[in-house]
Ligand binder design. Sequence first.
Ligand code: NAP
Ligand code: HSE
Length: 437
Amino acid sequence: MQTNVGLLGYGTVGAGVAKIITMEEALLSQKVGWPLKLARAAVRDPSAARAFPPPPGLLTADPYEVVGNPDIQVVVEVMGGLEPARTLVLAALESGQHVVTANKALLAVHGLEIFETAARKGLEIFFEAAVAGAIPVIRTLKEGLAANRIQSVAGILNGTTNYILTSMTRGGATFGEALKDAQELGYAEADPTMDVEGTDAAHKLVLLTVLAYGVFPTLDDIRAEGITKLAPADFRFAEALGYVIKLLATAAENPGDGKLEVRLQPAMIPRGHLLAGVNGAMNAIMIRGHASGDIFLSGAGAGMMPTASAVVGDVVEIARLASSRTRTTKPSLGWHSLKAETVKPAGEIRSRHYLRFSVRDRPGVLAAIAGALARHGVSIAQVIQKEADPGTGHVHLVMLTHSAPEAGLRAALDDAASLESLLGPAMVIRVEEFAGG
Ligand code: NAP
Ligand code: HSE
Protein backbone atom coordinates (compact mmCIF):
# COMPACT_ATOMS: atom_id res chain seq x y z
CA MET A 1 0.00 0.00 0.00
CA GLN A 2 1.10 3.56 -0.70
CA THR A 3 -0.54 7.02 -0.51
CA ASN A 4 0.31 9.29 -3.42
CA VAL A 5 0.33 13.03 -2.87
CA GLY A 6 0.01 15.72 -5.54
CA LEU A 7 0.94 19.36 -4.98
CA LEU A 8 -0.71 22.43 -6.44
CA GLY A 9 2.17 24.89 -5.97
CA TYR A 10 5.87 24.42 -5.27
CA GLY A 11 6.79 27.80 -3.73
CA THR A 12 7.79 28.46 -0.11
CA VAL A 13 5.30 26.02 1.43
CA GLY A 14 5.17 23.49 -1.43
CA ALA A 15 8.96 23.10 -1.41
CA GLY A 16 8.86 22.57 2.38
CA VAL A 17 6.21 19.87 1.97
CA ALA A 18 8.31 18.17 -0.72
CA LYS A 19 11.37 18.36 1.52
CA ILE A 20 9.63 16.65 4.45
CA ILE A 21 7.93 13.97 2.32
CA THR A 22 11.14 13.06 0.49
CA MET A 23 13.66 13.44 3.33
CA GLU A 24 11.53 11.91 6.11
CA GLU A 25 10.24 8.96 4.11
CA ALA A 26 11.10 6.35 6.76
CA LEU A 27 9.64 8.38 9.63
CA LEU A 28 6.39 9.09 7.79
CA SER A 29 6.06 5.48 6.72
CA GLN A 30 6.21 4.51 10.41
CA LYS A 31 3.55 7.09 11.28
CA VAL A 32 1.16 6.17 8.48
CA GLY A 33 1.84 2.45 8.26
CA TRP A 34 2.98 2.56 4.62
CA PRO A 35 4.90 5.01 2.38
CA LEU A 36 3.76 8.49 1.37
CA LYS A 37 4.99 9.36 -2.12
CA LEU A 38 5.17 12.67 -3.91
CA ALA A 39 3.64 12.03 -7.30
CA ARG A 40 3.34 15.35 -9.15
CA ALA A 41 3.53 19.13 -8.47
CA ALA A 42 1.85 21.80 -10.59
CA VAL A 43 3.43 25.25 -10.88
CA ARG A 44 3.23 28.22 -13.25
CA ASP A 45 6.79 27.84 -14.52
CA PRO A 46 8.39 24.36 -14.24
CA SER A 47 11.73 25.71 -15.51
CA ALA A 48 12.19 28.28 -12.69
CA ALA A 49 14.97 27.76 -10.09
CA ARG A 50 13.68 26.26 -6.80
CA ALA A 51 14.87 26.59 -3.16
CA PHE A 52 14.54 22.80 -2.75
CA PRO A 53 15.10 21.37 -6.24
CA PRO A 54 12.39 18.80 -7.06
CA PRO A 55 13.17 15.31 -8.36
CA PRO A 56 13.31 15.25 -12.18
CA GLY A 57 9.86 15.06 -13.77
CA LEU A 58 7.92 16.10 -10.63
CA LEU A 59 6.90 19.56 -11.89
CA THR A 60 4.22 20.19 -14.47
CA ALA A 61 2.49 23.30 -15.77
CA ASP A 62 -0.81 21.39 -16.02
CA PRO A 63 -2.71 21.27 -12.68
CA TYR A 64 -5.00 18.57 -14.13
CA GLU A 65 -2.06 16.17 -13.98
CA VAL A 66 -2.65 16.43 -10.21
CA VAL A 67 -6.41 17.12 -9.99
CA GLY A 68 -8.44 14.18 -11.21
CA ASN A 69 -5.36 11.95 -11.53
CA PRO A 70 -6.60 8.50 -10.41
CA ASP A 71 -3.14 7.64 -9.02
CA ILE A 72 -3.18 10.60 -6.59
CA GLN A 73 -5.28 10.19 -3.43
CA VAL A 74 -4.43 13.48 -1.63
CA VAL A 75 -4.20 16.90 -3.30
CA VAL A 76 -2.25 19.56 -1.37
CA GLU A 77 -3.22 23.08 -2.46
CA VAL A 78 -0.39 25.50 -1.67
CA MET A 79 -0.67 27.85 -4.65
CA GLY A 80 -2.61 30.58 -2.81
CA GLY A 81 -5.18 33.07 -4.12
CA LEU A 82 -8.85 32.50 -4.92
CA GLU A 83 -8.67 31.35 -8.54
CA PRO A 84 -7.73 28.93 -9.96
CA ALA A 85 -7.38 27.48 -6.42
CA ARG A 86 -11.17 27.33 -5.84
CA THR A 87 -11.89 25.62 -9.15
CA LEU A 88 -9.06 23.12 -8.66
CA VAL A 89 -9.98 22.25 -5.05
CA LEU A 90 -13.64 21.72 -6.00
CA ALA A 91 -12.61 19.61 -9.00
CA ALA A 92 -10.30 17.50 -6.81
CA LEU A 93 -13.14 16.82 -4.35
CA GLU A 94 -15.60 16.08 -7.14
CA SER A 95 -13.17 13.54 -8.56
CA GLY A 96 -12.86 11.78 -5.16
CA GLN A 97 -9.52 13.16 -3.95
CA HIS A 98 -8.99 14.29 -0.35
CA VAL A 99 -7.66 17.83 0.02
CA VAL A 100 -5.20 19.59 2.30
CA THR A 101 -4.89 23.36 1.94
CA ALA A 102 -2.89 26.14 3.60
CA ASN A 103 -5.01 28.75 1.83
CA LYS A 104 -6.94 30.75 4.43
CA ALA A 105 -8.12 33.33 1.89
CA LEU A 106 -9.76 30.57 -0.16
CA LEU A 107 -11.48 29.03 2.88
CA ALA A 108 -12.59 32.34 4.41
CA VAL A 109 -14.20 33.44 1.14
CA HIS A 110 -15.35 30.16 -0.48
CA GLY A 111 -15.27 27.86 2.56
CA LEU A 112 -19.00 27.14 2.72
CA GLU A 113 -19.05 25.84 -0.85
CA ILE A 114 -15.82 23.86 -0.39
CA PHE A 115 -16.75 22.28 2.96
CA GLU A 116 -20.23 21.44 1.65
CA THR A 117 -18.69 19.70 -1.36
CA ALA A 118 -16.29 17.70 0.83
CA ALA A 119 -19.17 16.64 3.12
CA ARG A 120 -21.38 15.65 0.15
CA LYS A 121 -18.58 13.54 -1.29
CA GLY A 122 -17.62 12.04 2.11
CA LEU A 123 -14.06 13.30 1.72
CA GLU A 124 -11.59 14.94 4.08
CA ILE A 125 -10.51 18.55 3.75
CA PHE A 126 -7.85 19.50 6.30
CA PHE A 127 -6.40 22.98 6.75
CA GLU A 128 -4.20 23.06 9.85
CA ALA A 129 -1.58 25.26 8.10
CA ALA A 130 -4.17 27.88 7.18
CA VAL A 131 -4.16 29.34 10.71
CA ALA A 132 -1.03 30.07 12.75
CA GLY A 133 1.48 27.98 10.76
CA ALA A 134 2.91 25.13 12.81
CA ILE A 135 0.54 25.56 15.79
CA PRO A 136 -2.10 22.79 15.91
CA VAL A 137 -4.94 25.18 16.74
CA ILE A 138 -7.47 23.71 14.30
CA ARG A 139 -7.22 20.26 15.90
CA THR A 140 -7.25 21.83 19.37
CA LEU A 141 -10.56 23.58 18.72
CA LYS A 142 -12.12 20.79 16.67
CA GLU A 143 -11.11 17.87 18.84
CA GLY A 144 -9.19 18.64 22.03
CA LEU A 145 -11.68 21.26 23.24
CA ALA A 146 -14.82 19.75 21.69
CA ALA A 147 -16.40 19.39 25.16
CA ASN A 148 -16.25 23.13 25.79
CA ARG A 149 -18.45 26.13 25.29
CA ILE A 150 -15.73 28.47 24.04
CA GLN A 151 -15.81 31.78 25.88
CA SER A 152 -13.04 33.55 23.96
CA VAL A 153 -10.29 33.08 21.43
CA ALA A 154 -7.57 35.75 21.28
CA GLY A 155 -4.56 35.47 19.05
CA ILE A 156 -1.61 36.87 17.18
CA LEU A 157 -2.26 35.28 13.80
CA ASN A 158 0.08 36.97 11.32
CA GLY A 159 3.83 36.41 11.41
CA THR A 160 4.73 39.27 9.06
CA THR A 161 2.97 41.95 11.11
CA ASN A 162 4.21 40.53 14.40
CA TYR A 163 7.73 40.63 12.99
CA ILE A 164 7.25 44.30 12.00
CA LEU A 165 5.61 45.28 15.31
CA THR A 166 8.41 43.59 17.27
CA SER A 167 11.00 45.61 15.30
CA MET A 168 9.06 48.83 15.86
CA THR A 169 8.66 48.09 19.60
CA ARG A 170 12.38 47.49 19.94
CA GLY A 171 13.08 50.66 17.94
CA GLY A 172 15.30 48.86 15.41
CA ALA A 173 14.27 48.61 11.79
CA THR A 174 11.79 50.93 10.07
CA PHE A 175 8.43 49.57 8.88
CA GLY A 176 9.80 49.18 5.32
CA GLU A 177 12.99 47.39 6.39
CA ALA A 178 11.13 44.98 8.67
CA LEU A 179 8.60 44.17 5.91
CA LYS A 180 11.43 43.50 3.45
CA ASP A 181 13.07 41.08 5.94
CA ALA A 182 9.74 39.27 6.46
CA GLN A 183 9.32 38.91 2.68
CA GLU A 184 12.85 37.54 2.27
CA LEU A 185 12.24 35.02 5.06
CA GLY A 186 9.15 33.71 3.19
CA TYR A 187 6.60 34.89 5.79
CA ALA A 188 4.68 37.43 3.70
CA GLU A 189 1.81 36.76 1.30
CA ALA A 190 2.42 37.16 -2.45
CA ASP A 191 0.71 40.56 -1.99
CA PRO A 192 2.05 41.83 1.39
CA THR A 193 -0.77 44.37 1.73
CA MET A 194 -2.82 41.30 2.75
CA ASP A 195 -0.55 41.06 5.80
CA VAL A 196 -0.09 44.71 6.77
CA GLU A 197 -3.72 45.75 6.15
CA GLY A 198 -4.96 42.86 8.30
CA THR A 199 -6.77 40.87 5.60
CA ASP A 200 -4.68 37.72 6.11
CA ALA A 201 -5.29 37.67 9.87
CA ALA A 202 -8.98 38.42 9.28
CA HIS A 203 -9.19 35.34 7.01
CA LYS A 204 -7.70 33.24 9.83
CA LEU A 205 -10.07 34.80 12.35
CA VAL A 206 -13.06 33.77 10.19
CA LEU A 207 -11.82 30.17 10.44
CA LEU A 208 -11.21 30.28 14.20
CA THR A 209 -14.67 31.81 14.72
CA VAL A 210 -16.43 29.03 12.83
CA LEU A 211 -14.43 26.33 14.62
CA ALA A 212 -15.06 27.87 18.05
CA TYR A 213 -18.68 28.98 17.67
CA GLY A 214 -20.19 27.22 14.64
CA VAL A 215 -20.91 30.63 13.07
CA PHE A 216 -19.33 31.43 9.69
CA PRO A 217 -18.91 35.21 9.53
CA THR A 218 -18.20 37.02 6.28
CA LEU A 219 -15.21 39.33 6.09
CA ASP A 220 -17.63 42.27 6.06
CA ASP A 221 -18.94 41.19 9.48
CA ILE A 222 -15.51 41.60 11.04
CA ARG A 223 -13.93 44.85 12.20
CA ALA A 224 -10.52 44.43 10.53
CA GLU A 225 -7.71 46.97 10.69
CA GLY A 226 -4.04 46.65 9.84
CA ILE A 227 -0.88 48.17 11.27
CA THR A 228 0.03 50.78 8.64
CA LYS A 229 -1.20 53.81 10.59
CA LEU A 230 0.82 53.11 13.76
CA ALA A 231 3.57 55.68 14.40
CA PRO A 232 6.78 55.48 16.49
CA ALA A 233 5.11 57.78 19.07
CA ASP A 234 2.43 55.13 19.74
CA PHE A 235 5.09 52.57 20.64
CA ARG A 236 6.78 55.06 23.00
CA PHE A 237 3.47 55.88 24.73
CA ALA A 238 2.53 52.20 24.91
CA GLU A 239 5.77 51.46 26.72
CA ALA A 240 5.32 54.37 29.13
CA LEU A 241 1.78 53.17 29.90
CA GLY A 242 2.85 49.54 30.49
CA TYR A 243 1.51 48.06 27.24
CA VAL A 244 2.80 46.33 24.12
CA ILE A 245 1.09 46.86 20.73
CA LYS A 246 0.05 43.66 18.91
CA LEU A 247 -2.26 42.95 15.97
CA LEU A 248 -4.85 41.08 17.99
CA ALA A 249 -7.62 38.85 16.64
CA THR A 250 -10.47 38.11 19.03
CA ALA A 251 -13.71 36.20 18.90
CA ALA A 252 -15.65 36.15 22.14
CA GLU A 253 -19.11 35.56 23.45
CA ASN A 254 -20.14 38.63 25.45
CA PRO A 255 -21.13 37.32 28.90
CA GLY A 256 -23.71 40.12 29.24
CA ASP A 257 -25.83 39.76 26.10
CA GLY A 258 -24.51 36.42 24.79
CA LYS A 259 -23.63 37.99 21.40
CA LEU A 260 -20.57 37.10 19.39
CA GLU A 261 -17.94 39.85 19.11
CA VAL A 262 -15.31 39.34 16.40
CA ARG A 263 -12.54 41.80 15.54
CA LEU A 264 -9.01 42.16 14.29
CA GLN A 265 -7.24 45.35 15.32
CA PRO A 266 -3.96 46.65 16.68
CA ALA A 267 -4.40 46.48 20.44
CA MET A 268 -2.50 47.55 23.53
CA ILE A 269 -1.89 44.46 25.66
CA PRO A 270 -0.67 44.65 29.27
CA ARG A 271 3.09 44.06 29.21
CA GLY A 272 2.85 41.09 31.62
CA HIS A 273 0.28 39.16 29.55
CA LEU A 274 1.47 35.99 27.79
CA LEU A 275 0.47 37.36 24.36
CA ALA A 276 2.61 40.48 24.91
CA GLY A 277 5.75 38.32 24.99
CA VAL A 278 5.12 36.70 21.59
CA ASN A 279 7.72 38.23 19.28
CA GLY A 280 9.12 38.05 15.76
CA ALA A 281 7.20 35.81 13.33
CA MET A 282 5.82 33.75 16.23
CA ASN A 283 2.04 33.39 16.55
CA ALA A 284 0.03 32.53 19.64
CA ILE A 285 -3.56 31.82 20.58
CA MET A 286 -5.25 31.90 23.96
CA ILE A 287 -8.50 29.93 24.14
CA ARG A 288 -10.82 30.02 27.11
CA GLY A 289 -13.23 27.09 27.41
CA HIS A 290 -15.93 26.88 30.08
CA ALA A 291 -14.51 23.59 31.33
CA SER A 292 -10.87 23.72 30.20
CA GLY A 293 -10.06 27.22 31.45
CA ASP A 294 -7.29 29.03 29.58
CA ILE A 295 -5.20 27.18 27.00
CA PHE A 296 -2.18 28.96 25.49
CA LEU A 297 -0.59 27.78 22.25
CA SER A 298 2.42 29.42 20.66
CA GLY A 299 4.88 28.67 17.88
CA ALA A 300 6.09 29.63 14.43
CA GLY A 301 3.23 31.17 12.47
CA ALA A 302 4.85 31.30 9.03
CA GLY A 303 7.82 30.15 6.99
CA MET A 304 8.69 27.13 4.85
CA MET A 305 9.26 24.36 7.36
CA PRO A 306 6.82 25.34 10.16
CA THR A 307 4.01 25.61 7.61
CA ALA A 308 5.04 22.39 5.88
CA SER A 309 4.99 20.68 9.30
CA ALA A 310 1.26 21.43 9.59
CA VAL A 311 0.51 20.47 5.97
CA VAL A 312 2.30 17.12 6.17
CA GLY A 313 0.68 16.43 9.56
CA ASP A 314 -2.68 16.75 7.78
CA VAL A 315 -1.55 14.46 4.95
CA VAL A 316 -0.49 11.82 7.49
CA GLU A 317 -3.87 12.04 9.25
CA ILE A 318 -5.78 11.73 5.97
CA ALA A 319 -3.68 8.75 4.85
CA ARG A 320 -4.47 7.01 8.15
CA LEU A 321 -8.20 7.82 8.06
CA ALA A 322 -8.67 7.00 4.41
CA SER A 323 -7.35 3.48 4.98
CA SER A 324 -9.98 2.65 7.59
CA ARG A 325 -13.13 3.59 5.67
CA THR A 326 -14.16 4.92 2.33
CA ARG A 327 -16.46 7.76 3.33
CA THR A 328 -15.89 10.26 6.15
CA THR A 329 -18.71 11.37 8.43
CA LYS A 330 -16.49 13.70 10.44
CA PRO A 331 -17.42 17.38 9.96
CA SER A 332 -14.42 19.31 8.61
CA LEU A 333 -15.27 22.34 10.74
CA GLY A 334 -16.11 20.35 13.87
CA TRP A 335 -19.87 21.14 13.68
CA HIS A 336 -22.49 19.02 11.91
CA SER A 337 -24.54 22.13 11.15
CA LEU A 338 -23.61 25.77 11.35
CA LYS A 339 -25.68 28.34 13.26
CA ALA A 340 -27.54 31.16 11.54
CA GLU A 341 -26.44 33.64 14.25
CA THR A 342 -24.71 36.85 13.15
CA VAL A 343 -21.92 38.71 14.87
CA LYS A 344 -22.42 41.95 16.80
CA PRO A 345 -21.95 45.14 14.72
CA ALA A 346 -18.51 46.67 15.41
CA GLY A 347 -20.02 49.96 16.61
CA GLU A 348 -21.78 48.20 19.49
CA ILE A 349 -18.66 46.53 20.87
CA ARG A 350 -17.39 48.16 24.08
CA SER A 351 -13.66 48.68 24.78
CA ARG A 352 -11.23 50.95 26.47
CA HIS A 353 -9.22 53.01 23.97
CA TYR A 354 -5.94 54.83 23.68
CA LEU A 355 -6.34 58.11 21.77
CA ARG A 356 -3.43 60.20 20.49
CA PHE A 357 -4.13 63.69 19.18
CA SER A 358 -1.52 65.92 17.53
CA VAL A 359 -2.46 69.45 18.55
CA ARG A 360 -1.26 73.04 18.62
CA ASP A 361 -0.44 73.87 22.25
CA ARG A 362 -3.22 76.42 22.83
CA PRO A 363 -5.47 77.11 25.82
CA GLY A 364 -8.73 75.14 25.78
CA VAL A 365 -7.67 72.30 23.42
CA LEU A 366 -7.80 69.67 26.12
CA ALA A 367 -11.19 70.94 27.38
CA ALA A 368 -12.65 70.98 23.85
CA ILE A 369 -11.60 67.37 23.14
CA ALA A 370 -12.78 66.21 26.57
CA GLY A 371 -16.10 68.00 25.91
CA ALA A 372 -16.62 66.19 22.60
CA LEU A 373 -15.93 62.83 24.29
CA ALA A 374 -18.28 63.67 27.17
CA ARG A 375 -21.12 64.62 24.76
CA HIS A 376 -20.98 61.06 23.39
CA GLY A 377 -20.70 59.35 26.77
CA VAL A 378 -16.99 58.52 26.58
CA SER A 379 -15.32 58.93 29.94
CA ILE A 380 -11.58 59.65 30.23
CA ALA A 381 -9.46 57.54 32.61
CA GLN A 382 -6.02 59.10 32.10
CA VAL A 383 -4.41 62.01 30.20
CA ILE A 384 -0.77 62.54 29.22
CA GLN A 385 0.59 65.70 27.64
CA LYS A 386 4.30 66.30 27.23
CA GLU A 387 5.93 69.72 26.76
CA ALA A 388 5.45 71.20 23.27
CA ASP A 389 8.14 70.68 20.64
CA PRO A 390 10.08 74.00 20.87
CA GLY A 391 10.43 74.15 17.07
CA THR A 392 6.80 73.56 16.03
CA GLY A 393 4.77 74.24 19.18
CA HIS A 394 2.98 70.93 18.52
CA VAL A 395 2.24 68.34 21.20
CA HIS A 396 0.92 64.80 21.45
CA LEU A 397 -2.10 64.69 23.72
CA VAL A 398 -2.78 61.11 24.82
CA MET A 399 -5.92 59.87 26.56
CA LEU A 400 -6.97 56.48 27.88
CA THR A 401 -10.73 56.11 28.00
CA HIS A 402 -12.97 53.97 30.13
CA SER A 403 -14.93 51.27 28.32
CA ALA A 404 -17.34 52.69 25.73
CA PRO A 405 -19.06 51.47 22.54
CA GLU A 406 -16.94 52.14 19.47
CA ALA A 407 -19.78 54.03 17.71
CA GLY A 408 -19.87 56.64 20.53
CA LEU A 409 -16.12 57.07 20.39
CA ARG A 410 -16.12 57.52 16.59
CA ALA A 411 -18.95 60.08 16.82
CA ALA A 412 -16.99 62.03 19.47
CA LEU A 413 -13.88 62.00 17.27
CA ASP A 414 -15.93 63.25 14.30
CA ASP A 415 -17.17 66.07 16.55
CA ALA A 416 -13.65 66.95 17.65
CA ALA A 417 -12.26 66.76 14.10
CA SER A 418 -13.46 70.30 13.31
CA LEU A 419 -11.33 71.83 16.10
CA GLU A 420 -8.89 74.26 14.55
CA SER A 421 -6.08 73.22 16.95
CA LEU A 422 -6.20 69.60 15.85
CA LEU A 423 -3.42 68.77 13.36
CA GLY A 424 -4.88 65.58 11.92
CA PRO A 425 -7.11 62.61 12.70
CA ALA A 426 -6.68 61.06 16.13
CA MET A 427 -4.86 57.73 16.42
CA VAL A 428 -7.18 55.18 18.05
CA ILE A 429 -5.94 51.89 19.51
CA ARG A 430 -8.12 49.52 21.49
CA VAL A 431 -6.86 48.64 24.96
CA GLU A 432 -7.42 44.95 25.70
CA GLU A 433 -8.32 44.13 29.27
CA PHE A 434 -8.59 40.29 29.07
CA ALA A 435 -11.52 40.21 31.44
CA GLY A 436 -11.44 37.52 34.08
CA GLY A 437 -7.71 36.87 34.08
P1 NAP B 1 4.47 31.10 -3.08
O1 NAP B 1 5.83 30.96 -2.54
O2 NAP B 1 4.11 32.31 -3.84
O3 NAP B 1 4.18 29.80 -3.99
C1 NAP B 1 3.05 29.65 -4.79
C2 NAP B 1 3.24 28.45 -5.70
O4 NAP B 1 2.04 28.22 -6.42
C3 NAP B 1 4.35 28.64 -6.73
O5 NAP B 1 5.03 27.43 -6.92
C4 NAP B 1 3.59 29.03 -7.99
O6 NAP B 1 4.23 28.60 -9.20
C5 NAP B 1 2.31 28.25 -7.82
N1 NAP B 1 1.17 28.88 -8.47
C6 NAP B 1 0.62 30.08 -8.16
N2 NAP B 1 -0.41 30.34 -8.99
C7 NAP B 1 -0.48 29.29 -9.84
C8 NAP B 1 -1.32 28.97 -10.93
N3 NAP B 1 -2.28 29.80 -11.33
N4 NAP B 1 -1.12 27.79 -11.58
C9 NAP B 1 -0.14 26.95 -11.18
N5 NAP B 1 0.68 27.20 -10.15
C10 NAP B 1 0.52 28.35 -9.50
O7 NAP B 1 3.38 30.97 -1.91
P2 NAP B 1 3.57 30.31 -0.46
O8 NAP B 1 4.20 31.30 0.47
O9 NAP B 1 4.17 28.97 -0.60
O10 NAP B 1 2.03 30.20 0.00
C11 NAP B 1 1.20 29.21 -0.54
C12 NAP B 1 -0.11 29.17 0.26
O11 NAP B 1 0.20 28.86 1.63
C13 NAP B 1 -0.87 30.49 0.31
O12 NAP B 1 -2.25 30.22 0.35
C14 NAP B 1 -0.43 31.11 1.64
O13 NAP B 1 -1.40 31.98 2.18
C15 NAP B 1 -0.32 29.87 2.48
N6 NAP B 1 0.57 29.98 3.63
C16 NAP B 1 1.83 30.46 3.48
C17 NAP B 1 2.68 30.53 4.58
C18 NAP B 1 4.07 31.05 4.47
O14 NAP B 1 4.71 31.21 5.52
N7 NAP B 1 4.58 31.34 3.28
C19 NAP B 1 2.21 30.09 5.83
C20 NAP B 1 0.90 29.58 5.95
C21 NAP B 1 0.08 29.53 4.84
P3 NAP B 1 5.65 29.25 -9.64
O15 NAP B 1 6.61 28.78 -8.60
O16 NAP B 1 5.93 28.68 -10.98
O17 NAP B 1 5.44 30.72 -9.63
N1 HSE C 1 1.66 35.79 5.49
C1 HSE C 1 1.31 34.96 6.59
C2 HSE C 1 1.95 35.50 7.86
C3 HSE C 1 1.76 33.55 6.34
O1 HSE C 1 2.82 36.36 7.78
O2 HSE C 1 1.56 35.06 8.93
C4 HSE C 1 1.25 32.60 7.36
O3 HSE C 1 -0.11 32.41 7.22
